[in-house]
Design a protein around this ligand. Structure first.
Ligand code: 1PR
Length: 525
């Protein structure tokens, strides 16, 4: 029996599912006494530093946690839980941590580094640990903007370091207390093996020699599932050509969401994204099938899950009001690690550009405040608008190699809402940079012109947006071959590349994409 400290923030379901998958039962902490008496305690880290500590304070768990750790009873802390061991964090100034370890958690502060770190990175072990007795140098999944370093006097805690712009502490261990910055429950089979060692209370270790070379972050390959209800009322994975998902009037049906997601996990996808493409008119809290898809997927898929569609304020048929934070919370609790905001991000960015003021009330700001920037993705749905000269518009214009229908040599990228149905007076650079300023942590950069065409990614768009933000960018739309992934990572600085059609139609397996990237020397998982 494993005891889980679920303090009501973010995706604790994935940890729960991973424990169950490994054959253990889970019981929740109900009181401080449970924290002290648990045989093995897992302290998952989801949410921002401040919200984690405030919830622990609210529930009166802080003292019990400190006592348990000081008396060396088995604890596994994950992500922010590692950070909570310190005295405080730049993320939430003035909020006291558990103060087991000296010092403050600081934000990554290296020039030209995309922050948050989102993705798969290695670790360098500094001492033997039972958790890593069978560890084989696989990459593990990290998602954070703040990182730990140890004070001289705490160096006996150092278990592993990782490099991302700088070297930081990726896990600590002293006796039976261990904490890791990466998410074992989201790190595929390698992560599950580490978790299993903790659950078993394994004591066997092997000697390790710290490596001198820095660890390297992998480029991610993401499988995307556009989901909607078809005309028979079934929730299906569909796929459009330039966002038109109908073929002879019927919604294309490319498979069942949970089955396809599981297949992509088995085939080596680094991440899975679900987009509820009719979310702009449906309401996720009433759209139980979508929630169920997420819940069932997270029982089988142990890599990060992103869900988008319908994240906005809503009043239901009974007059009950929901904030976008309520919707996001429901998604996180159902197994999502990140949520993606499309239409609502455009309206928010327009308002922000008009007033220059942060209200703290937008979806982006609220969700980022509670769950951390790394949990907020902005889905951008732009389409090219050609102009004869840059003077024709106030928008960010590029000189393009793909000239327009009238031979135009310039274009800008117009953002759209409602799945491309309505164009706005907003360009992709304006949207991405405004959302970054408001607290978004990642950009999912689609391209309507390229979607479903199999003609390769739009490098001009990706380079333009990537150059305007310092958060990670996922290149999306147009992948038609493994070579297109090689091209996008060679010709742009995108951190990840996403595809849908070629995976659904089994035209190019994920393994082939990974092999092509490996052959070309691109760092991958
Ligand atoms: O506006 O917050 O409710 O979110 C709606 C979400 O649904 C947005 O993220 C929007 O991108 C998405 N969406 C809406 N309509 C469509 C459509 O296709 N009719 N799909 C749609 C967007 C685009 C990509 C696709 C890539 C790769 N899908 O995600 O997976 O283009 O495709 P490819 O590899 O086959 O070229 P809100």
């Amino acid at each position: 029996m494993i005891t889980l400290l679920d303090y009501g923030a973010g995706n604790v379901r994935s940890v729960r599912n991973a424990i169950r998958k490994l054959g253990y039962e889970v019981q929740d902490v109900q009181s401080s006494a449970d924290i002290l008496q648990a045989e093995r305690l897992i302290f998952p880290g989801v949410g921002s530093y401040g919200s984690v500590m405030e919830r622990l304070q609210r529930d009166g768990f802080v003292e019990a946690l400190i006592e348990r750790i000081k008396s060396d009873k088995p604890v596994l802390g994950i992500c922010v839980a590692l950070q909570a061991l310190f005295e405080g964090s730049e993320e939430s100034p003035g909020v006291a941590g558990l103060s087991i370890l000296k010092g403050q958690i600081k934000r990554f502060a290296v020039d030209n580094l995309s922050v948050p770190q989102i993705g798969w990175n290695g670790i360098n072990l500094h001492k033997p640990s039972p958790l890593f007795a069978e560890y084989n140098n696989e990459k593990l999944y990290f998602v954070h903007s703040y990182r730990a370093t140890l004070a001289e006097e705490d160096h006996d805690w150092l278990l592993s370091t990782t490099n991302y712009g700088e070297e930081f502490v990726s896990s600590v261990q002293k006796g039976n207390v261990v904490a890791c910055q990466f998410h074992p429950e989201k790190s595929g089979e390698a992560g599950l093996a580490i978790l299993d060692k903790f659950l078993k209370g394994s004591t066997e270790t092997v000697q390790v020699a710290p490596k001198s070379e820095a660890t390297r972050m992998a480029k991610r390959v993401i499988a995307c599932l556009d989901v909607r209800t078809n005309d028979n009322g079934d929730l299906v994975v569909t796929k459009g050509d330039q966002y038109d998902v109908r073929d002879s009037g019927e919604v294309r049906n490319l498979g069942k969401p949970v089955e396809l997601a599981s297949r992509y996990y088995q085939e080596g996808a680094d991440e899975i994204t679900f987009l509820n493409i009719t979310g702009f008119r449906d309401f996720p809290m009433e759209d139980q099938p979508m929630i169920e898809v997420l819940e069932r997927t997270s029982e089988q898929v142990f890599v990060p899950l992103t869900i988008g569609g319908g994240i906005r304020e809503f009043t239901d048929s009974n007059g009950k009001e929901y904030t976008s934070l309520d919707v996001a919370t429901e998604y996180f609790r159902s197994g999502a690690d990140k949520i993606s905001i499309g239409s609502d991000a455009c309206y928010t960015a327009e308002e922000y550009l008009k007033t220059g003021k942060k209200t703290g009330k937008s979806s982006i700001e609220q969700i980022s405040f509670v769950y951390g920037a790394q949990a907020v993705v902005i889905s951008v749905d732009p389409r090219r608008v050609y102009v004869k000269s840059p003077e024709e518009t106030d928008h960010h214009v590029i000189k393009t190699v793909v000239s327009g229908p009238q031979g135009e040599e310039y274009c800008w990228y117009q953002c759209t809402v409602m799945g491309g149905r309505e164009g706005r007076d907003l360009d992709a650079v304006q949207l991405a940079s405004s959302c970054e300023a408001l607290g978004a942590g990642e950009i999912l950069l689609n391209c309507i012109d390229k979607d479903g065409t199999n003609s390769g990614f739009d490098m001009e768009l990706i380079n333009m947006v990537k150059g305007a933000v310092s958060i990670p960018v996922i290149a999306s739309s147009g992948a038609g071959s493994a070579a297109h992934f090689v091209d996008v990572f060679n010709e742009t600085d995108a951190e990840a590349a996403l595809a849908a059609g070629i995976f659904h139609r089994k035209e190019v397996p994920i393994a082939e994409v990974k092999q092509a990237l490996r052959d070309d020397g691109v760092e991958i998982r």
